[in-house]
Design a protein around this ligand. Sequence first.
Ligand code: URA
Length: 437
Amino acid sequence: ERVIRLLTDKRAGRPMSGPDIEGLVKDFTAGSVPDYQMASWLATVACAGLSAEELTALTAAYVDSGERLSLSSSRRPVADKHSTGGVGDKTTLVVAPVVAACGIGVGKVTGRGLGFMGGTVDKLESIPGLDLELSGSALSAQVADLGLAVTGQSPSLVPGDRMTYALRDVTGTVDSIPLIAASIMSKNTKGIAVRCNSIVLDVKYGDGAVLPDRAVATELARTMLELGRSFDLPTTAVISSMEQPLGYAVGNGLEVREAIIALSGTYVEDLTELAITISALMISTADSAVDHDRARDRVREVLSDGSALRMFRAFVARQGGDVGFVDDPSRLETAPHRLVVTATEAGHVARIAARRIGEAALRVGAGRLVYGAPIDHGAGIVLSRRIGDSVAEGEPLATLHGSDYDQLESLADVVRGCFDISERPPGRPDVIVDVLR
Ligand code: URA
């Protein structure tokens, strides 16, 4: 009855009190508010928004729903990053080992896919054996000792967010500024899931992001910077473009493979550049003795001298994963079928419909259409061309990977249609368009 009143109150525009929001999240995580009522509340919030007070209360309620974990026993400064998500966004897989190789601790709590975008946990699960359900104490011990740990949200870590996130994924309530802001910041605010010295947010806009519009993404960034201030956490936001997928690979194992290539020092267009900037910001904001330019030099060094890749390998080994997949990343391409989509005309790639690429990847098996569905880790799409590249008639635009050849065939035209080919070469778009503090 109380929940129904909260739902009708919110719809009628009456403000919710802190204790009301806290009670709702608590009862939902305890199982006494069913999914359908919570989903209905999330939908109402997605339409009606939250005031600054309600948003702080929701973030605090997520924080209070689980274990609080401090990495302050670590001998080193600790930094975090979080992305709002985008098609082909494997930046964390590169940034986390790079930053750790530079001596800054990273203890990352990360999520599964959301809507048409993949999630770091699903991606990393392509490495057999990797344990992504670390307890809070295992996470902090590993950060203190190795410098890098990555985990999914185990039942005790921010369950309020973990449970609403899974509902949002399948109820069309992903693209809400307050829901994204509370979700991201609850996993990172000081003194909660992972206590860190600073956080860098990668706020994405464009067709392949949750929020296509740059101005709306900037508003989300400002909302999170404000939340960071109210929780006393130094926060920086990078505004980055998702007008095309990030890098070439879209799909879990395929993206891990691409991240390993970038970690080996090979320049992967846009991915490497974004990873260098985010890593350098994490280092320079967590350790005031290192300025941004020096941090960038250090990041380039660990990418070229092999130490970033060695850190990734050590993390995989430490969390029980098969390092054979790191040493030979082609083993991550496991789908039994491939289909190459070719251009029907010559020209230059002017536009790539990133969201439709993400949706097609999801349909070949890389994501979920219903709650808790399994993922095909080998499935996905690898682009052969990005915006600004030239292509001759009959040359490849992309390769679809999956386990059902008929389905790949049925999506070939959809994927071909995601590429706009123009006669004149367009400019290559910048991946980073702003940095806000
Ligand atoms: N990442 C999150 O953790 N939550 C969101 O809502 C979006 C991206």
